[in-house]
Design a protein around this ligand. Structure first.
Ligand code: C5P
Length: 212
């Protein structure tokens, strides 16, 4: 079946403070270029770009980004033509093929799945600066992307959320809110999200030993 890869890349990159993250460079390549290479096998790739950055110089299908990540994905899923869509944050430049294959095979059978990894540290509630209740980490996961869905499932969930004015931080949440179960598939720690300046140092290190 045809697979569309949807790339929300319209964030402003506030926490790093060096412009839109999609255009930050790791080992001479922008994060967007890393991700485009990682998904080069896909039948279709569509990118949501920030206003004023529409001209990437790359030959790729684009849509205007929205005010939030959810709105950017909503714009993307409406033009996708694949029966299966994978939504992936451009802030995660290292696309591990084996993890994506695991995800795809789950999506083909159950219709909705996300990559996720175990929590490596002790997880605790903060209570006014003090150490509160410990949350059993073995029952929790850190959610990654890509997240995969049958296109119809994701599209309907986005249209409903828009009508109801609800915002979610990822697509798995949105689909689950619509009553569709979302499978957890083992992710890969190399697919971490670049959020803070020091994450770029980790990415530079990983880039040196990377060949997918
Ligand atoms: O800010 P954060 O790292 O959580 O953003 C996750 C992804 O969503 C990034 O790839 C970012 O470019 C994208 N995004 C978007 N449109 C927005 C905000 C974020 O496409 N309005």
């Amino acid at each position: 079946v045809k697979v569309s890869v949807l790339l929300p890349a319209a964030g402003s990159g506030e926490r790093i403070g060096r412009g839109p993250k999609a255009f930050l460079k790791v080992d001479e390549k922008t994060l967007l270029e890393w991700v485009l290479e990682g998904f080069a096998w896909a039948d279709e790739i569509i990118v949501a770009l920030p206003k004023g950055f529409e001209d990437t110089g790359l030959s790729v299908l684009t849509v205007p980004g929205g005010a939030t990540r959810q709105q950017s994905v909503c714009n993307l899923v409406q033009v996708a033509t694949g029966e299966i869509v994978l939504v992936h944050d451009v802030a995660r430049p290292f696309v591990v093929r084996a993890a994506v294959e695991r995800l795809l095979s789950e999506v083909r059978t159950s219709g909705a799945a996300t990559l996720a990894v175990p929590v490596p540290d002790t997880l605790v509630q903060e209570q006014s600066g003090r150490y509160g209740a410990v949350i059993p980490r073995e029952h929790h996961r850190l959610v990654q992307t890509p997240q995969g869905f049958r296109r119809e499932v994701l599209l309907q969930a986005h249209l409903k959320a828009r009508v109801e004015g609800l915002e979610f931080t990822d697509d798995a949440q949105l689909v689950r809110w619509q009553g569709h179960p979302v499978a957890l598939v083992e992710g890969d720690r190399r697919m971490f999200k670049i959020t803070y300046p020091e994450d770029l140092l980790l990415a530079e290190g990983l880039a040196r030993v990377w060949n997918s």
